[in-house]
Design a protein around this ligand. Structure first.
Ligand SMILES: Cc1cc2nc3c(=O)[nH]c(=O)nc-3n(C[C@H](O)[C@H](O)[C@H](O)COP(=O)(O)O)c2cc1C
Length: 358
């Protein structure tokens, strides 16, 4: 196998558009098989490995990471109209080993130590562009790979919650028409200070939007992406609210905090940014355990949502740890962007594992 350095990756010194336009072509690799049979919200897959919404800017990025051994590919969150990306830096490495939430600030780091502040603002190509791209991607992607499309509503001044829900539903409809295998609605984005960014903290509003989206998705698996929920009663309320609609819950988006430079000056205009990567692993694992526990207490006849973990997963032992804690799938954003060969390494390490389903 070639060294990881030879594989192209997202270039954090370049703009979002540059990275969008310079997606790498798929590569020829033969990642190891994993023991057992796996499914993603009812769809058969050959591993629990996937890429959550973010790193896959368009169909070419989807096909590149599919060729690198990931089985569930989430197309980066799209909107019902085009939206530009925030200015550089979009990915600012930070110095921190662990975040539990409630931290006031983290300091930037000159080098990547596993975690970074993410500052994109959920850009989107125009629907004409992403709808065609998803259609073409589904045609070109091998049938065993799952293409999930993440969508978000774009709250306009004066809009009611119903209008926001309709906007989510419209994006879901377009994505399904284009061939998406699953739909994910992003109910969390710490970088967007509007209602669409905070739905996971508003159970009633989340239920309304989810019910509207579910009317569109029908039998297509429907996932809900949420942010950091450290509190059991908050998790319980949210779970109850979306239970009738969600096939899966994807968590944890990130842990939000402000970022300062060496002189303690606030970056990003003093706004919070979502920290992603290894520093969020413990917070993400704690949250998974809360949801696993709540789901285990649901009545036997209830439709139980699958739990899809992301947040700081970066090794075979992390994958095992999250599966053992109740995740049905383990998705990697930061680690996969930093090391494109990570799925191959994890698959190799787990290929002889006898205790994957502990
Ligand atoms: C570059 C980048 C872009 C992201 N964009 C989105 C997005 O558009 N929608 C979304 O729901 N999450 C987005 N996320 C959050 C990831 O899906 C994921 O929840 C988070 O990165 C935690 O996983 P990690 O620790 O493996 O990076 C993004 C993350 C990164 C690193």
């Amino acid at each position: 196998m070639r060294a990881s350095q030879q594989y192209p990756r997202y270039d954090i010194r370049q703009t979002y558009q540059w990275n969008y336009d310079n997606a790498p072509a798929p590569v020829e690799l033969e990642p190891a098989d994993l023991p057992g049979s796996w499914s993603f919200c009812g769809l058969p897959v050959s591993s629990p490995l996937g890429i959550p919404a973010g790193p896959l800017l368009n169909g070419k990025w989807v096909r590149y990471y599919a060729s690198l051994g990931f089985d569930v590919l989430t197309y980066k969150t799209v909107r019902s109209s085009a939206r530009a990306c925030y200015p550089l830096p979009n990915l600012q490495p930070v110095q921190t080993t662990s975040l539990v939430g409630g931290e006031q600030r983290v300091s930037l780091s000159e080098t990547m130590q596993g975690s970074w502040a993410v500052s994109f603002g959920m850009p989107s190509a125009s629907p004409d562009v992403w709808r065609k791209d998803i259609e073409q991607t589904r045609t070109l992607l091998s049938a065993e790979k799952v293409l999930s499309v993440s969508v978000v509503g774009s709250l306009q001044p004066g809009w009611s919650l119903e209008e926001l829900a309709d906007d989510y539903a419209l994006c879901a409809k377009w994505a399904i028409e284009s061939g998406a295998d699953c739909i994910e609605t992003n109910f969390s984005c710490p970088n967007v200070c509007t209602r669409d960014g905070q739905l996971y903290q508003q159970p009633e509003a989340a239920a309304l939007v989810a019910s509207r989206v579910k009317q569109i998705t029908g039998s297509v698996p429907y996932l809900i992406k949420i942010g950091h929920v450290p509190d059991q009663s908050q998790a319980q309320e949210f779970l109850q609210a979306v239970l009738p609609f969600a096939s899966g819950i994807v968590m944890t988006n990130s842990v939000a905090t402000t970022v300062v430079d060496q002189k303690q000056n606030l970056l990003f205009g003093g706004e919070q940014r979502g920290i992603c990567g290894t520093a969020t692993k413990q917070a993400s694992l704690n949250q998974l355990k809360i949801f696993t526990d709540l789901i285990s207490k649901l009545p036997a006849e209830a439709d139980k949502p699958h739990l899809i973990s992301c947040g700081g997963i970066s090794s075979a032992s992390d994958v095992k740890q999250f599966l053992a804690a109740g995740a049905q799938a383990t998705h990697l954003a930061t680690a996969a962007m930093c090391d494109p060969l990570i799925a191959c390494q994890i698959r190799q390490a787990l290929s002889n594992s006898v205790d994957l389903f502990v």
